[in-house]
Design a protein around this ligand. Structure first.
Ligand SMILES: CCCCCCCCCCCC(=O)SCCNC(=O)CCNC(=O)[C@H](O)C(C)(C)COP(=O)(O)OP(=O)(O)OC[C@H]1O[C@@H](n2cnc3c(N)ncnc32)[C@H](O)[C@@H]1OP(=O)(O)O
Length: 234
């Protein structure tokens, strides 16, 4: 079965279970094939055949983590899964490459850039100083009582603001601080809207803010300072 067929099957399965699980963010396919706004688009070279396949694999992995989180499997299932994971670990271990060559998190033409650490940010509009988009935290990011884990939210803000801080040809910067205010519970399994914007850019210092909303309700806000790196700084 090709990865694409795999994804289609996952879509079909998802449709069946979506009603029960929508609130928990389960069984909802990743939206990694929505067009990316220009400022957030492709660094992957045309002809990099692995990029789409890799993106499909990461989408499967994201769904898988949601299923693992939600399941209370019997011991045979746990043992079978453990063995499968162990086999995959042994297959992948010899394929390790230096950081600059790794694919995980480096595919900037994909929403979520091919990583699973934070949920997929779908950028819908962007200019030099702003980005707007959506995100849905799946069951994997549950803290408790239907609310997203408090540590997952700053991670997500760093993802969005870190990319915006370095967008539009700006030289690379790193997060110096990132302050998050939790205004109301951030629900799991719900489409949320995100806006990130530049507040100021003076010398090496870039101050940015972001807001995460569920409908009209502000769930969380953040302010980050990103300091442009000097030559030779890691
Ligand atoms: C491939 C796909 C990828 C895709 C894109 C990936 C998206 C994700 C992006 C994630 C980004 C990250 O998480 S980066 C990882 C997390 N961050 C880090 O590891 C950074 C660790 N910290 C550092 O390396 C350093 O502290 C720096 C670089 C931030 C700053 O050090 P420095 O270069 O020596 O500069 P320094 O003189 O100290 O500071 C410069 C100015 O900033 C001010 N300043 C510095 N830190 C602070 C602070 N915490 N709070 C207030 N102000 C501060 C100073 O007062 C000074 O102001 P003035 O006197 O000039 O007025």
């Amino acid at each position: 079965m090709t990865p694409r067929e795999n994804v289609r099957n996952a879509d079909e399965i998802s449709t069946v279970i979506r009603d029960d699980n929508a609130m928990l963010g389960l069984g909802i396919p990743e939206r990694h094939d929505v067009p990316v706004a220009e400022s957030w688009a492709a660094l992957v070279k045309p002809g990099d055949e692995n990029s789409t396949e890799y993106g499909d694999m990461i989408a499967q992995l994201r769904d898988f983590l949601n299923y693992v989180t939600a399941a209370r499997p019997d011991s045979d299932t746990v043992a079978a899964l453990r063995d499968d994971l162990e086999r995959w670990g042994r297959r992948l271990a010899p394929m390790a490459v230096p950081e600059r060559d790794q694919m995980f998190g480096h595919l900037r033409d994909l929403h979520g850039r091919g990583q699973t650490m934070s949920p997929t940010f779908v950028a819908t509009e962007a200019d030099r100083d702003n980005v707007w988009g959506t995100v849905r935290f799946g069951r994997y990011f549950l803290g408790g009582n239907g609310a997203v884990h408090g540590g997952a939210i700053p991670l997500f803000f760093d993802e969005v603001l870190g990319r915006l801080a370095n967008s539009s040809g700006r030289r690379h910067s790193r997060t110096a601080y990132l302050n998050t205010d939790y205004r109301s519970v951030t629900p799991v399994g719900v489409d949320l809207t995100v806006h990130g914007w530049f507040v100021s850019e003076e010398g090496r210092k870039r101050v940015l803010r972001a807001e995460l909303r569920s409908g009209d309700v502000v769930c969380a806000e953040a302010e980050g300072l990103f300091v442009r790196l000097n030559p030779g700084q890691p």
